[in-house]
Design a protein around this ligand. Structure first.
Ligand code: TRP
Length: 360
């Protein structure tokens, strides 16, 4: 397992001083992940990413770096209002849900100018052939071929070199663990590849990161039973006002079984969402209720109460935060300051390493 000895080793000290501080730094896993700011957080994001990330940020053996990937947003969303709005909503969401920003480093990618700078250094170490294999780019090309278009139709360089920017995010802070969904594993592996190449060429500067896919968290189904995702337009936004939340839950697709007819919980989005919020006992109770033929209307009513009960307080904080955006901005600035303490120093060493230095 990698630890953070590299960055200590390169801290300019001849060797790491062995006091208790050093020991904690050395044994702490650094966990880093980014959230692209293109949409409004929904229940699926909450269950699959936000809730586990906030929990993991409480770990004493780890230091979390969580950031708003707004440069990444520009790749697929060129509507300025939407990028801005999403950034506010995502920041407010994480804060409302109780992310402790004294413990976790919470920042916005675009507030760290060292990231795009590192991105260029890495771009010059990244094989073009590696980028050709990136699945987001390959999918765009395949769709074009299918449609009889030019293979690169509508593909911008942001999409093409997206994995290099992501590598810069990760390597800038020498993250060991990168919690991501399955679709992002390839990108973390590319970051590792680029880091290894850089290390080989310029000396050991980067920790080699590892993707961490949590198989225990639920991938939530959306209103239509497919995976809940903005691109399917089937989401339940996380902080809908109560009435709208109820309406959305009522729209979850069910079959035509009547009250009294036994229902299959494992084939039901209502049950699946229930399970993601319920205690094991509550889940057993609902399973029994399904077997006993609970009416869909009743199951949805109970689901609304459960979800609303768990999110109600946070929703209040969310609304208060959105009404006070300067506070959100201050928190992000404080996070950026913390992050930049490290990135400024590190980029200096990297510039030096590649031969970009003052003429003395
Ligand atoms: N590309 C990631 C996604 O769409 C978001 C992201 C950007 C990210 N930079 C990152 C995730 C660095 C992990 C580490 O989900």
């Amino acid at each position: 397992m990698q630890n953070r000895c590299f960055s200590l080793y390169h801290s300019g000290l001849p060797f790491p001083p062995l006091n208790s501080d050093t020991i904690t730094i050395m044994s702490k896993q650094r966990v880093l992940t980014g959230i692209t700011t293109t949409g409004t957080p929904h229940l699926g994001n909450y269950v699959g990413a936000i809730r586990p990330a906030i929990r993991s940020s409480e770990r004493d053996d780890a230091q979390s770096f969580y950031f708003l990937a707004d440069y990444h947003a520009l790749i697929k969303c060129q509507d300025p209002e939407q990028v801005h709005q999403s950034t506010r909503e995502i920041a407010a969401t994480w804060l409302a849900l109780g992310l402790n920003t004294d413990k976790a480093v919470f920042y916005r990618q675009s507030d760290i100018p060292e990231i795009p700078e590192l991105c260029w250094l890495l771009t010059c170490m990244a094989a073009k052939g590696l980028m050709n294999r990136a699945h987001a780019y390959k999918a765009a090309v395949a769709a074009n071929m299918e449609a009889g278009e030019d293979p690169d139709f509508g593909v911008n360089m942001g999409l093409y070199s997206y994995p290099v920017l992501m590598a810069a995010d990760i390597l800038m802070f020498n993250a060991n663990e990168v919690p991501v969904g399955k679709d992002q594993v390839q990108h973390v592996e590319m970051a590792r590849d680029i880091a290894a190449r850089f290390n080989h060429h310029y000396g050991d500067h980067f920790v080699l990161p590892e993707a961490k896919v949590d198989d225990h968290v639920a991938v939530l189904q959306g209103l239509d039973g497919r995976k809940m995702s903005k691109s399917y337009n089937n989401t339940i936004p996380l902080f809908l006002p109560e009435k709208k939340l109820k309406k959305h839950i009522n729209k979850i697709k069910t079959n035509l079984l009547e009250p009294g007819e036994p229902k299959d919980p494992d084939d039901s989005t209502v049950f699946q969402i229930w399970q993601a919020f319920a205690t094991p006992e509550q889940t057993d109770e609902m399973r029994t209720a399904f077997a006993e033929g609970i009416a869909w209307g009743e199951a949805k009513k109970q689901l609304f109460e459960l979800v609303n009960g768990q999110l109600g307080e946070a929703r209040g904080r969310y609304e208060a935060l959105l009404a006070n955006p300067t506070h959100i901005e201050e928190v992000l600035q404080a996070g950026a300051e913390k992050a930049r303490k490290e990135s400024r120093e590190f980029i200096g060493k990297l510039r030096e390493a590649v031969g970009i230095r003052p003429i003395r």
